[in-house]
Design a protein around this ligand. Structure first.
Ligand code: ADP
Ligand code: MG
Length: 423
């Protein structure tokens, strides 16, 4: 995997970018507005356009920019800035203009497909030093895990990861599309439920293989597997409780009233963290949901987006975590995929309510089977607490970044709280 260190070059563009301010960074993306203290740091010149960097505390905010009619604006797919990055890595032939197209889905960062060969992903928020997107692709390659897009290289500036590149998977579709479509067709009676069940089981096995790879030592991560002590687990508990508090604070109206009515039960489940004194930890995905499972036309699946939780403080993204957290967030996502179908076809509600526990069981059974050589890696005691924490996180995420999503955790939480006994 190539590593390119980018050099800053002073140009007129620099003054124009500085004058334009961090509004250039915010634009219309899901990560929200730039923090008030964001200050211009520098401009990294590329063969076409540049990367503008602002600093907010320890974090760096990055945006692709280009000169256009004497003014500076954000660069989009088609402007050539992402192709210039790919060219830096020698990943595409830039002698002829490489095509650029956006991946075109809701994204936290900015991914552009260059020359139908490479996906260049710019990190909107980053920081100096360790980053999951820096060492996880190398680690997974070192232990022979190839069910993730092949890493091609990364770009750093002053020890901060700014962007990375991976091989484009032709025809790849993310699970919010391919998986939801399969569940939708089953719910509408167009395909047997067994199809949806088989695909769900395949994701369970894939996640288990991914977790075994994360727990396998490599030259990149020699101590891939460790133990969390009671103090660390107590930190997870406190973080989950704080997220639930935020969810209560950020919701209103009927959604808030329903959440309030379930608060006591949710807190009781979160107390489950306190019953665990020690548990295995590895590096984890940290933002695992069906949208991170890409499927290509031959049916193969890939785990993508190894940059960690995009809304977590950057320094927390590399902390070791419990594999149970990734299993829990996937189990919640199976539920959410069903809710998306109900939203489109309200008449499928009963069928989907019946499907959701079946999906969870299929996922968990396949996961257990594929993890059989390392069963202790998945601490089932933490599954339910992490799942409730995930739903709380979904309320917060929806309130901050995507209000239209609120109905999903609102519908899912009662079902997730009722998991006991049926997990
Ligand atoms: P984000 O952090 O913005 O979610 P992702 O890394 O998940 O970014 O990428 C966003 C989308 O881009 C994915 O959901 C998928 O549709 C597409 N994508 C990402 N990597 C690839 C790849 N290697 N090949 C094909 N499509 C990809
Ligand atoms: Mg993603």
């Amino acid at each position: 995997m190539a590593l390119r260190t980018l050099a800053a070059v002073t140009a007129d563009l620099r003054a124009a970018t500085e004058a334009a301010g961090p509004g250039l960074w915010s634009a219309t993306h899901l990560s929200g507005a730039a923090p008030a203290d964001a200050a211009f740091l520098e401009l990294v010149q590329l063969s076409t356009g540049a990367l503008a960097i602002w600093r907010s505390g320890e974090e760096l905010l990055v945006a692709p920019v280009i000169e256009d009619g004497g003014r500076v604006r954000r660069a989009d797919a088609g402007d050539g800035v992402f192709a210039a990055l790919a060219g830096e890595l020698g990943a595409v032939d830039t002698s002829s203009a490489a095509t650029e197209r956006t991946v075109g889905v809701d994204q936290t960062d900015e991914s552009v497909i260059v020359g139908d060969a490479v996906v260049v992903k710019l990190l909107r928020r980053t920081r100096r030093g360790a980053q999951p997107g820096r060492d996880l692709p190398s680690h997974l390659a070192a232990v022979g895990f190839d069910e993730t897009p092949t890493p091609i290289g990364s770009f750093t500036r002053d020890d901060a990861l700014l962007a990375s590149a991976a091989a484009y998977l032709p025809g790849a579709v993310d699970g919010w599309h391919w998986y939801v479509a399969i569940v939708e067709r089953a719910a509408l009676g167009e395909r047997p439920w067994e199809d949806a069940e088989a695909q769900t089981a395949e994701m369970g096995a894939l996640v288990a293989r991914f977790q075994r790879a994360l727990a396998t030592p490599s030259a990149v991560l020699p101590r891939a597997l460790g133990d969390a002590n009671a103090e660390t687990i107590e930190r997870w508990r406190r973080a989950a409780v704080a997220t639930l508090d935020d969810a209560l604070e950020l919701t209103d109206g009927d959604v808030h009233a329903r959440l309030r009515a379930q608060e006591e039960r949710a807190r009781a489940v979160l107390d489950g963290f306190a019953a665990v004194q020690t548990t295995p930890v590895t590096r984890i995905h940290g933002d695992l949901h069906v949208g991170q499972i890409l499927r290509v036309p031959d049916g193969s699946m890939f785990v993508s987006d190894l940059d960690g939780d995009p809304v977590a403080p950057v320094q927390e993204r590399i902390a070791p975590g419990s594999p149970a957290r990734d299993v829990a967030s996937m189990a919640c996502a199976l539920d959410h995929a069903g809710r998306v179908v109900v939203r489109r076809h309200p008449e499928t509600r009963d069928a989907i309510e019946a499907w959701i526990p079946r999906a969870r069981r299929a996922f968990l059974a396949a996961h257990r089977e594929a993890l059989a050589a390392d069963p202790s890696l998945f601490d089932e005691r933490l599954l339910h607490p992490f799942a409730v924490a995930q739903e709380a996180h979904e309320f917060v995420y929806a309130a901050r970044f995507q209000p239209g999503w609120t109905g999903v955790p609102d519908a899912a939480l009662p079902a997730v709280l009722a998991w006991e006994g049926t997990v």
